[in-house]
Design a protein around this ligand. Structure first.
Ligand code: EPU
Length: 344
């Protein structure tokens, strides 16, 4: 049998610390690396593993592990990168196991602009649609074309378009009724050949002014985005974290007015439907959480929305800290914060 057709190994008692960006200690009882559609089909059709409960692991950058994982862990490592010419657009296709940031930089190196505002986001290509990653005025859904996913029950390969993915703010069908039921194998992006930079975010405008560049290239925008991120956000390779720990809460116009009446400096963004998105980082900061710790878990000094592993944090400490933050923000503002990462 050629090596690429050999079935994958089922590894036992695997340390998950290197596979979650928080660096939290947990082990997988059984883990299979999925490097191709065939690997996943092998699992689905296997007499034992086919019916086993499964946990899908991408880059582990949006995950809080509070315990060992008993389900069969499917670690998605499908490779592949290509650019397709589709008339007025480039269509980019990446294997779900590609690292997101390397993928973005590769697409720019191919002369394709469109993903640059999403540079330096940790995680994998396959995890990106799950929470509809977004930063600096661009969300994944704005550049999305379609994806291939394999249904774990039927073993069918399905192509989903944007409408079928039900993208919303840090949300998609993969966090809702397809959660744990299907594995994303490949994602395609659609980027117009006529590239237009997205520079609405204030810090990007400042970077453009400082550089004195009227017509930037995608690479220049990516470099500005990276500089902004490095100044505000911890590098998971150095300090364990899962990015923003909470979503920015969306509240009614009335609720927003009520908070502003008491705290005029509240950072908020009016939405088209009349509601308001509040800056969760500002709310947490206003409650005095920056730099506070519970055991090995802490609130990042430069961005209160990011919880970090100060060294030997356990998942339970991260949760205790998160719950204390939620309670204090609710007590002061009457606003409920919803965690962004998946907690297991
Ligand atoms: N702010 C504070 N104190 C803080 C943190 C923030 O006052 O400790 C204020 C800032 O001064 C700013 C506002 O809150 O006026 C918003 O902060 P920022 O621009 O840093 O963005 P964010 O709303 O905290 C969101 C995303 C980030 C994304 C940035 C940039 C969410 C949950 N987070 O953060 O995404 O990079 O915007 O677009 O939507 C992620 O999801 O993991 C993530 C990092």
């Amino acid at each position: 049998m050629p090596p690429d057709l050999a079935p994958p190994d089922v590894e036992c008692d695997v340390d998950l610390r290197p596979y979650n960006s928080f660096g939290l200690p947990a082990r997988a009882r059984r883990l299979v690396r999925i490097r191709s559609d065939a690997d996943l089909r092998w699992v689905v059709n296997h007499p034992d593993w086919g019916r086993a409960t499964k946990f899908i692991l991408g880059g582990g950058s949006n995950l809080v592990l509070t315990q060992d994982l008993k389900p069969l862990v499917l670690k998605v490592e499908v490779p592949g990168r290509r650019v397709l010419d589709d008339g007025d657009d480039w269509v980019l296709e990446a294997g779900a196991g590609e690292r997101w940031h390397e993928w973005v930089m590769w697409s720019i190196a191919q002369g394709v602009g469109g993903l640059e505002n999403l540079a330096l986001i940790p995680g994998t290509v396959g995890a990106a649609p799950v929470q509809n990653i977004g930063a600096y005025g661009v969300e994944l859904k704005d550049r999305f074309d379609s994806l291939d996913t394999l249904d774990l029950m039927s073993g069918r390969l399905v192509r989903l378009d944007r409408a079928a993915c039900h993208f919303a703010y840090r949300d998609s069908v993969f966090k809702q009724h397809l959660a744990g039921r299907s594995v994303i194998l490949r994602v395609r992006f659609r980027c117009p050949k006529r590239w237009v930079p997205q520079l609405d975010y204030l810090d990007l405008q400042r970077a453009q002014e400082a550089a004195g560049v009227a017509q930037p290239t995608p690479l220049q925008v990516a470099e500005w985005v990276m500089a902004i991120r490095r100044a505000k956000l911890p590098d998971p390779a150095v300090i364990g974290n899962a990015g923003s720990f909470f979503k920015n809460p969306i509240v009614s116009a009335e609720k927003c007015r009520e908070v502003i009446a008491r705290d005029p400096h509240l950072v908020h963004y009016p939405l088209e439907d009349g509601r308001c998105k509040l800056a969760a980082g500002w709310l947490i900061d206003a409650c005095g959480w920056k730099g506070k710790t519970v055991g090995g878990a802490g609130v990042y000094e430069k961005q209160a929305l990011v919880l970090v592993n100060r060294g030997e944090a356990r998942g339970g400490e991260v949760l205790t800290l998160a719950q204390a933050i939620q309670a204090s923000v609710y007590a002061r503002f009457g606003v409920t914060l919803e965690p962004e990462p998946v907690v297991v």
